[in-house]
Design a protein around this ligand. Structure first.
Ligand code: C5P
Length: 407
């Protein structure tokens, strides 16, 4: 599957560097050609000799080595690759990448490359959660850098939490997904298809100045709309209030309340696929309150609520213009898959993307997601990934499900 693909592997300095050896082996088993650059710290954890034996090439280590530069300059190294893979990507490497710092061969190659870059972060949990690292991560994702992991669990430092290098086979799978998606690039498997996506929270007015809301950021839904559009679908995004810009090539309709969202969804039909990601408020005020409720009007007001329409269930139940594929989301903190299966049955949708929002994984509003794809008879566990990576994978699955493009 990776036959003749050229991977430039940058091995950063972390305890997980030893896993780079297995990674090289697995990539080469699949036919990839792997060339490695090691940071100085990386060479403290694994020897260039081991790396060289496994890649079958010299391990490049130092920008200022005249022989290295004579044999293979950093520009050539960075360009003669189809993918630059940074594993392990330390906090320090991520910071250098985010800020364009080039101080050794690895960081210089990363700055000089014009090729896609994928990082597999690995570090102590506090370093990963540090606002500086999270800020750098956002910069890198904004730059289009791909990411796999980190996973969660026991860390070499004795603590536990996020920060473990993704499993080697998950990194290999991410590399394979990258190449298979790219080999299909240019093709538009969703050309001629219409997609509808809901995203963000809804705001339900309590009175003219107050409202009921929730913490949904809209990021996952926006990424899905963008990924569907990138595969050629004519995409309508019906979004509750968010701070996000309209995604490229997507027709975005901004609404406030659940009822407005429902109306906008109905107006967007027919569609081949509907993906309901919005965190629609379950309730709204029973009556319209046209004046601001006064604080000093006696006892605190009792808010009389009524249930909002369920947009996902409504789309799934449509008689004549039901989208061929209706996908819902389910954010859960426990029994994630079981609850998702129950929700799929109850709402009569085709698939549920169950996202684990327990604190150990993707926290609402974050840039990551750990999901399970629940269909009528299967459950797939997807590794932790950025919301854009989850979106791309889901869009690709939707394209496979809908079959050949119609134009
Ligand atoms: O029931 P729950 O809110 O957990 O279900 C989540 C799924 O249902 C999501 O796909 C969400 O977009 C959808 N939903 C909806 N309309 C509602 C409530 C949820 O479309 N009123």
């Amino acid at each position: 599957m990776l036959q003749d693909k050229r991977v430039l592997l940058i091995v950063g300095g972390g305890i997980a560097a030893y896993k780079a050896l297995d990674l090289i082996r697995r990539l080469r088993e699949r036919g990839a050609r792997v060339r490695a650059i090691m940071t100085r710290a990386g060479t403290e954890f694994v020897t260039p000799l081991s790396v060289a034996s496994l890649t079958g090439e010299k391990a490049y280590t130092d920008l200022f080595s005249l022989t290295d530069e004579a044999e293979m300059g950093h520009i050539r190294l960075s360009r003669e690759a189809d993918l630059v893979l940074v594993a392990p990507a330390t906090a320090d490497l991520m910071a250098s990448m985010a800020h364009g710092i080039a101080r050794d061969l690895a960081t210089t190659a990363l700055l000089a490359t014009d090729k896609p870059v994928m990082i597999a972060p690995s570090m102590n949990v506090q370093m990963w959660l540090h606002p500086a690292t999270q800020r750098n991560l956002r910069i890198l994702e904004g730059d289009g850098i791909l990411r796999v992991g980190p996973g969660s669990g026991d860390l070499a430092c004795g603590e536990s939490g996020d920060g473990r290098l993704a499993e080697v086979m998950d990194i290999v799978a991410a590399v394979e997904t990258f190449f298979s998606a790219r080999s299909k690039a240019g093709d538009q498997p969703l050309a001629g298809r219409r997609a509808l996506v809901t995203a963000g929270p809804t705001h339900e007015a309590i009175d003219p100045v107050r409202y009921i809301a929730n913490r949904s950021s809209g990021k996952q839904g926006y990424a899905i709309a963008q990924a569907l559009a990138a595969l050629g679908a004519e995409t309508t995004l019906v979004s509750g209030p968010t701070v996000l810009p309209d995604p490229d090539r997507v027709f975005t309709v901004r609404v406030e309340s659940a009822r407005e969202m429902l109306a906008a969804c109905e107006a967007a039909l027919p569609a081949d696929v509907a993906v309901c990601v919005a965190a629609v408020a379950d309730w709204r005020m029973a009556d319209d309150t046209r004046q601001k409720i006064k604080k000093n009007s006696g006892a605190p007001p009792a808010l009389k609520l009524v249930e909002n329409p369920d947009i996902l269930a409504g789309l799934s139940a449509r008689a004549n213009d039901r989208p061929r594929l209706v996908v819902g989301f389910a954010a859960e903190t426990q029994n994630v898959v079981a609850y998702a299966q129950a929700k799929r049955a109850k709402k009569h949708c085709d698939w549920i993307v169950a996202n684990d929002v327990s604190p150990a994984t993707g926290i609402m509003g974050g840039d990551d997601n750990t999901v399970h794809l629940v269909t009528a008879d299967t459950v797939e566990d997807w590794p932790p990934a950025s919301k854009s990576a989850v979106a791309e994978r889901l869009a690709r699955r939707i394209a496979d499900h809908l079959g050949e493009p119609t134009v």
